[in-house]
Design a binder for this molecule. Structure first.
Ligand code: ZN
Length: 257
């Protein structure tokens, strides 16, 4: 639920920063990467041809690539522990995220993730759970039992920066409470609808008890601001995850093997 133009606007300049890395300073690159966590942002997996849908075949190829390259998909619990300084993430960590809670996340993406032994995190619009073309509570519970993580994508998916403080607080608090009751565990992360947030949003997210918040701003420096974590959006028109990772400055097989 975000146009390509909005994505490009929010990510403007970041590509330039990534491209500005000196590839002649290997130690600098490794040092910078060791502090970074690529957070991939998918929306839908299926036959649709809009910007935010990747084909099932393409998603399977993406996951095969990550598995082959030795990436370790991590859970939201691990991200939370890393933010708190309690653990160090495994080598070549990657966090796979899905926004909006579409049904195809369960029918198409979930079986592929399981095939490759990978985990992902899904951000749900609580007011839409169980509606047409969205995942049901039972499906979400099944995925949780299989090791998938879940976070809030608010109640109604309205851009938070445009809401009053009371409205934004209700979106953040009520979706958190709803998911905690539905899943029987703490919900510590949220993803801001349409990537919309302000300083007020970040304050309200902290007050609601979130450890971290995901933006749609593009980049690698995941934890510079834990309430505005950058992600790498994956689009229909991207050739492959390998191409996207390379474009973002991740060099497959060069330093990682
Ligand atoms: Zn969304």
């Amino acid at each position: 639920m975000l146009t390509r133009r909005q994505f490009l606007k929010s990510g403007a300049g970041v590509l330039g920063a990534a491209a500005g890395l000196s590839f002649f300073s290997a130690s600098g690159i490794i040092d910078q990467f060791s502090q970074s966590l690529p957070v991939l942002l998918y929306h839908r997996v299926g036959p649709e041809s809009d910007d935010l849908t990747v084909s099932t075949e393409r998603f399977a190829e993406d996951m095969a690539y990550l598995a082959r390259e030795g990436y370790h998909t991590i859970s939201l619990d691990q991200v939370g522990q890393q933010i708190r300084g309690a653990i160090k993430l495994p080598e070549k960590p990657v966090l796979i995220t899905f926004d909006d809670g579409y049904l195809d996340n369960y029918t198409n993406a979930f079986p592929i993730l399981q095939n490759f032994g990978l985990q992902a995190s899904f951000y749900l619009i609580t007011g839409m759970i169980g509606q047409v073309n969205r995942m049901s509570a039972a499906q979400v519970r099944e995925m949780q039992a299989a090791g998938m993580s879940f976070g809030s994508h608010t109640v109604t998916h309205r851009p938070l920066a445009g809401l009053t403080p009371n409205e934004a607080a209700a979106e953040l608090n009520n979706s958190k409470t709803w998911l905690e009751q539905m899943l029987g565990r703490e919900i510590a992360f949220t993803a801001y609808p349409c990537g919309s947030f302000s300083a007020q949003t970040l304050r309200l997210a902290a007050e609601a008890g979130y450890i971290g918040g995901f933006s749609t701003r593009s980049g690698l420096a995941a934890f510079r601001n834990r309430l505005a974590i950058r992600r790498i959006p994956i689009f229909h028109f991207d050739r492959s995850i390998a191409y996207v990772m390379l474009k973002k400055g991740f060099l497959p097989t060069l330093f990682g093997q």
